[in-house]
Design a protein around this ligand. Sequence first.
Ligand code: CA
Length: 181
Amino acid sequence: MWPCVEKRLSQVYKNFDLKHQGKLGIRTNVCNCVLCAGENLALQGKASQSSLYSYLGDASHAIDGNRASAWTQASCSHTGPDFNAWWRLDLGKTHKVFSVTITNIKEASSRLNGAEIRIGDSLENNGNSNPRCAVISSIPGGFTQNFQCNGMDGRYVNIVIPGRTEYLHVCEVEVYGSRLD
Ligand SMILES: [Ca+2]
């Protein structure tokens, strides 16, 4: 079902068993860590957002493979001041998502505080009603943070700032997971 992950897991089991035979508890931790890995699915997806602040903030800039985090580098997405502002990644088909990595903008980084990562197959409410992977409490300006989603199934990965009017900008969104087929 997940050939890439299974291959990686079997290799870790093999390597780890050679060094630590019988220490199953530690082995489990190693496997959990490996489940975070995989290819960045976002690079093959399509991005959209609730509105466009300026051409410098196109939604696709959050999946251009570049974590550059200064606004003038034109590698961040940027909506206008929307109520429930959102950014959405369409993976084309349902995937199993293990983690999402987000790079925050250098300037005005606190705008992302309280944003939610939502993953699922529905476009109801622009995808913002899909199951929640995580709430972003805060990411310092220019920094990157990883959020574990533990194998949530979904075609859409949303970032939404619920309940207030705010600009939403993200400089890179990386989605690690596996295809389901
Ligand atoms: Ca970028």
